[in-house]
Design a protein around this ligand. Structure first.
Ligand code: MIG
Length: 787
């Protein structure tokens, strides 16, 4: 008994000493302003614990950065500098910074940041008690949560369109088998749009550490907050009063996409893996034989020699150049995969060079970090270093020389078996947790800039799985390993739309679902949604059934073909849509929250997957098991694309949704340029551009854009651009004079009028009566059409 008691006493002692040994990480809250100074274009406010700096980037973008230590001010995302000086009023208790669009009122004691519209309406404010604070190196900003405040954004995040009541972590992660609620996934976009009281604002937290967002996920909805494990409280506040303008401002700051190669917008056929050149060519020929329009074939990891990046398997892919020539003859482009892990093997070029030049990640003592991925034991290149990026970029000659023009960057979270890269692993001077979220983006940058150099004036296509804000400058993204079930298809639509808010326009999901096997119905339905997905790729995992269009029975193949044909008909519209992304950052797939921000129904779980595909088309994704579905049509006039049936918006309608006809609607007054079916983007076609206009009560216009689809000449003015406008009041359609020196590949323009009263058979073109059918595309002067 005595012994027993002693043991108890010892145990208790050990337990309590542990308790006391535990260190509190006290919260340190940003305190009172002690000095206010302006240096060049920065306003600097010092408190006892930290220094806050304020810049005006544009009248609608103000940056605030609060740091405890003098940190290096660099960004992977931001490509712009402040455009102007900063003026401020130092009042007794506050400092006011005013622009034509925004007013920032800084409370001095304690230091809190409150944003208003220029005319004084509250947009977003610090929580007055907690504001910005620290626990050790962790920095957090608590904000006031407005009663009806909604939040959208954060890019590739699962969950609902309206993120109110949810919390998220940014920590780029390989997420196979993720479900509709899994978090985090592969990509980090710490940018959201907040909305309340009819107002809008945006906030970009440019911090690459592991970060956190909480949109009132706590009881009683007390605050919303965001923060990171390290780094500064460094954010850009956007004050534009429309979601579209906020996206335009955000992509002004973080950059916009260049024009993608036209071929990348066609149908893409992928598989993990086509195991040999012969198998790949068989599939390509089969697509042609069955007249399924297609542009792209893929090589997944098995084309390599033992998964060594920049090599080809000599047995199964013995003649890369021959393969590429055969594909080219069939008008196919090839995309090959590359992973970041470099196999540890003496005699392998990239390994030897990387070791010799010290290009790989290390432990703090300089020893190289070893991980295990597909090739076995590997080292990881330090893509944060420009010299390493240049070296990586130049290595692509092994792929560009035989003629590859597309480069798929996988596993760049980076993924390793067991997912646990020690926190002390260093990439140059950075520890892994500081740069993990930008590693994939830096690999994509290296890939894009390197292949662009190797390919001369041709546009490479780059696709990456991991990403950070700004990735749109270099690459397309896809949403990783999705699964073959309906809820995942709907999630895919939300992910694509959410990525659009954060600047990523060229986005895809694996059509059909990567893991698992879709039912034929799901395959058909998902393919029909793929038509309206910016990047249209059919892809599947090695242990699943093949997914090519002819494997679902003749009837289903016919539906799949017809849908893919629809994609090709829409290409003139889609390409013009990407031109819009290039110019303004507005994505091709737009959540309804962009244009119908104030309509409550669009945020309901039932309608949140709907989106606009470009300016004029509304798409309602429908599960494969449902043959009719409730659709919310926002305020305005709408037509069903397939039937021409007209609807008054601001209402819920029940839409027929057979597998042959996904509910797709066109907005009244929409202008949609289309073409006849072609088998691929290189096929010449019949030379007719079909400008479809749907009747409507409002005047509308559309910028039609065309260029050679492959080179960078458009940056020197070699494009064909004209504004098409429709004015129902004047009964007039106008094509502006052509801007740019490119000669359109179309020789005729056919006007196709939908929903117009009576028969519009003849029109007056520049005053002369002529048939509705045709005006000349190569008539570069203004064309005025009276109907
Ligand atoms: O460990 O390259 O998400 O698209 O097919 C899996 C094989 C590695 C993951 C990618 C998937 C690709 C697969 N990859």
């Amino acid at each position: 008994m005595k012994r027993y008691c002693l043991l108890l006493v010892i145990l208790l002692a050990v337990y309590s000493s542990n308790l006391f040994a535990q260190q509190h990480m006290d919260v340190q809250i940003l305190g009172n302003a002690e000095s206010v100074n302006k240096k060049d274009n920065v306003l600097i406010i010092k408190t006892k614990e930290a220094e806050a700096r304020i810049w005006i980037y544009t009248p609608s973008i103000i940056r605030v950065s609060i740091s405890k230590i003098q940190s290096i001010d660099t960004s992977f995302a931001v490509v712009k500098e402040p455009q102007g000086d900063i003026q401020y009023k130092d009042n007794d208790k506050t400092i006011e910074v005013t622009t034509s669009a925004l007013k920032l009122v800084v409370n001095k004691s304690p230091l809190r940041f409150n944003f208003y519209t220029a005319d004084g309406k509250a947009l977003s404010q610090d929580d007055q008690s907690f504001g910005t604070n620290w626990q050790g190196s962790r920095v957090v900003n608590y904000r006031k949560l407005y009663k009806d405040e909604r939040f959208i954004g954060l890019g590739e995040k699962t969950g609902n369109l309206d993120r109110r009541g949810s919390s998220y972590v940014n920590w780029n992660t390989d997420a196979p088998d993720h479900g509709p609620k899994t978090d985090p996934l592969y990509e980090t976009f710490p940018f959201f749009v907040g909305m309340h009281d009819g107002l809008t604002y945006g906030l970009f937290f440019d911090n690459t550490h592991k970060s956190y967002f909480d949109f009132g996920a706590s009881t009683d909805n007390q605050t919303s907050w965001f923060g990171a494990d390290g780094g500064d409280m460094n954010y850009y506040f956007f004050g534009a009063q429309s979601v579209a303008q906020i996206i335009e401002d955000y992509t002004w700051l973080t950059g916009r996409m260049e024009m993608p190669p036209l071929w990348s917008l066609g149908y893409q056929q992928c598989r993990w893996s086509y195991m040999s050149a012969d198998e790949l060519l068989d599939v390509a020929s089969h697509l042609r034989k069955d007249k399924i329009p297609a542009d792209v074939m893929y090589c997944d990891i098995d084309y390599m020699d033992h998964y060594k990046i920049f090599t080809w398997n000599k047995t199964t892919f013995p003649d890369p150049k021959g393969l590429l020539t055969k594909l080219k003859d069939m008008n196919f482009n090839l995309v090959t995969i590359v992973d970041p892990g470099i196999k540890i093997e003496e005699g392998y070029k990239q390994y030897d060079e990387g070791v010799a030049k010290n290009y790989f990640a290390t432990y703090p003592n300089g020893e190289k970090y070893v991980a295990e991925v597909w090739p076995g034991r590997v080292h990881f290149p330090d893509f944060i270093d420009k010299e390493v990026r240049d070296w990586w970029g130049a290595s692509f000659s092994a792929l560009t020389e035989p003629g590859v023009e597309g480069f798929w960057n996988d596993m760049n979270e980076p993924a390793v078996w067991n997912q646990n890269i020690p926190y002390m692993v260093k990439f140059g001077k950075f520890y892994m947790p500081e740069i993990r979220n930008v590693y994939g983006m830096q690999m994509a940058e290296a890939t894009y800039l390197g292949t662009k150099k190797l390919m001369g004036n041709k546009r490479p296509f780059v696709l990456t799985r991991a990403a950070y804000s700004g990735t749109q400058r270099f690459s397309a993204v896809w949403t990783g390993d999705n699964s073959a079930y309906d809820a995942h298809m709907l999630l895919g639509a939300r992910l694509v739309n959410s990525l659009g808010i954060t600047g990523m326009s060229l986005v895809g999901v694996d059509i059909g679902g990567f893991t698992g096997n879709p039912t034929p119905e799901l395959m058909v339905r998902w393919n029909s949604l793929g038509v309206y997905t910016p990047m249209f790729r059919n892809h599947s995992a090695h242990d699943t059934k093949h997914r090519e269009p002819w494997l679902w029975g003749k009837e289903n193949e016919d539906i799949i073909r017809k849908d893919i044909e629809q994609r090709y008909k829409l290409l003139p519209y889609i390409y013009s849509g990407f031109y819009q992304s290039h110019l303004t950052g507005l994505p091709l797939c737009r959540t309804l929250a962009i244009s119908y921000t104030q309509e409550d129904s669009i945020y309901s779980e039932h309608f949140q997957n709907q989106f606009m595909f470009g300016d004029g088309i509304l798409v309602a994704p429908v599960e494969s098991t449902r043959l009719s579905e409730d659709v919310y049509l926002p305020t305005g006039e709408w037509y069903r694309l397939s039937t021409g049936e007209k609807y008054e918006g601001g209402k819920i309608i029940n839409a027929a949704a057979p597998l042959t006809d996904l509910p797709v609607f066109v907005k009244g007054s929409a202008i949609i340029p289309m073409q006849s079916v072609v088998q691929n983007t290189k096929e010449k076609g019949d030379g007719i551009l079909k400008i479809n206009i749907w009747n409507g009560s409002k005047a509308n216009s559309f910028v039609y854009y065309e260029d050679d689809g492959t080179s960078y000449d458009y940056q020197q003015g070699t494009y064909y651009k004209r504004t098409i406008s429709f004015d129902p009041g004047k009964k007039e359609i106008n094509l502006s004079a052509v801007d740019g020196s490119f000669i359109s590949k179309y020789t005729q323009i056919e006007l196709v009028l939908h929903g117009f009263d009576g028969f519009v058979k003849t029109v007056k073109v520049n005053g002369k009566a002529t048939s509705l059918a045709s005006v000349f595309a190569n008539d570069n002067k203004e064309i005025n059409i009276k109907y």
